[in-house]
Design a protein around this ligand. Structure first.
Ligand code: UTP
Length: 285
């Protein structure tokens, strides 16, 4: 099925990255030289998405500016003949009207952020990508769309037993394939109550019927309106699948994950690999 629209929720406060995120959106933090949000948009474009919907909040205008012309910069690079640098600054200018922004007036949770985009989605299935969940290869959403027929689909990965209480965890009768039929979903369970160690990470394809559920969804964990709680309420009514991806994922909402992503992505770059690996070896020795 063709999925044309993706939502990028970027309305959170990014408190784990203070003071860096006091006046700068967390999603603009760079992995090497590219902001997290650009990786997310590139992954969506790679999956055939045509409309990019950002749920923003106060203080997030740097994201809008990033996906627009920067006249002074571009003019300067043009005059100096720096063609390659100019191309990288213009990389993300899509067909006019491809980017849309809607404001979440308070950080009431991921579920609330998604609900804020309801009028821009209307009655079609849509993708959701969380920029701080960075997945290597930028092909996870493409693979999810390939496998999607109807209902809700979430990306899942195995986590350490000790970590289940930090995630939404799924349960199933059958864990034997890459696509798992979900019959249970618990947000941040204790180890004892966890149905498995398969955690939901920030990639979703959702049926638009989720908006009616989100509309009445009360607060869940962290006193926030949780997307997982609404997806869970739809189990049994609409098909709910988990897609187990294989690529490495970095939790760039945490300091450790962010640092690991920077090292891993830099080591994959021809211009940085040799010098960085030499320096890392010396550091460890
Ligand atoms: P997180 O919980 O990881 O982000 O939400 P956060 O709340 O900004 O970060 P911390 O925990 O305070 O450090 C995952 C994604 O959902 C968005 C965030 O911007 C992030 O990209 N989000 C979260 C919203 O858009 N609105 C919200 O109310 C909450």
């Amino acid at each position: 099925m063709k999925i044309k629209k993706a939502i990028f929720p970027v309305g959170g406060l990014g408190t784990r990255f203070l003071p860096a995120t006091k006046s700068m959106p967390k999603e603009m933090l760079p992995i090497v030289d590219k902001p997290l949000i650009q990786y997310a948009v590139e992954e969506a474009a790679n999956a055939g998405i045509e409309q990019f919907i950002f749920v923003t909040s106060r203080g997030k205008s740097a994201i809008e500016n990033h996906f627009d012309h920067s006249f002074e910069l571009e003019n300067n690079l043009l005059l100096k003949g720096k063609k390659q640098t100019l191309a990288s600054a213009q990389d993300m200018l899509k067909i006019p009207g491809s980017y849309a922004y809607v404001r979440q007036q308070e950080p009431a949770g991921l579920g609330h952020a998604i609900w804020c985009a309801r009028h821009l989605i209307q009655n079609e299935p849509f993708a959701v990508i969380l920029a701080d969940d960075l997945i290597f290869g930028q092909s996870t959403m493409k693979n999810m769309i390939k496998n999607y027929k109807s209902g809700n689909m979430v990306a899942i990965m195995e986590v350490d037993q000790k970590q289940v209480s930090s995630y939404g965890i799924i349960g199933s009768h059958d864990y034997s394939s890459k696509l798992i039929e979900i019959n249970q979903m618990i947000e941040k369970p204790s180890i004892q109550n966890s149905p498995s160690n398969l955690a939901i990470v920030g990639r979703y394809i959702l049926d638009s019927s989720i908006f009616a559920i989100l509309e009445n969804q009360g607060q869940g964990s962290n006193q926030e309106i949780q997307l997982t709680d609404s997806i869970c309420l739809q189990i049994g009514k609409v098909k709910c699948l988990g897609y187990q991806f294989e690529e490495e994922r970095f939790d760039c909402g945490s300091k450790l994950g962010f640092l690991q992503a920077n090292v891993a992505y830099a080591l994959h770059r021809n211009d940085l690999h040799n010098d960085l690996s030499k320096w890392l070896k010396n550091l460890v020795e």
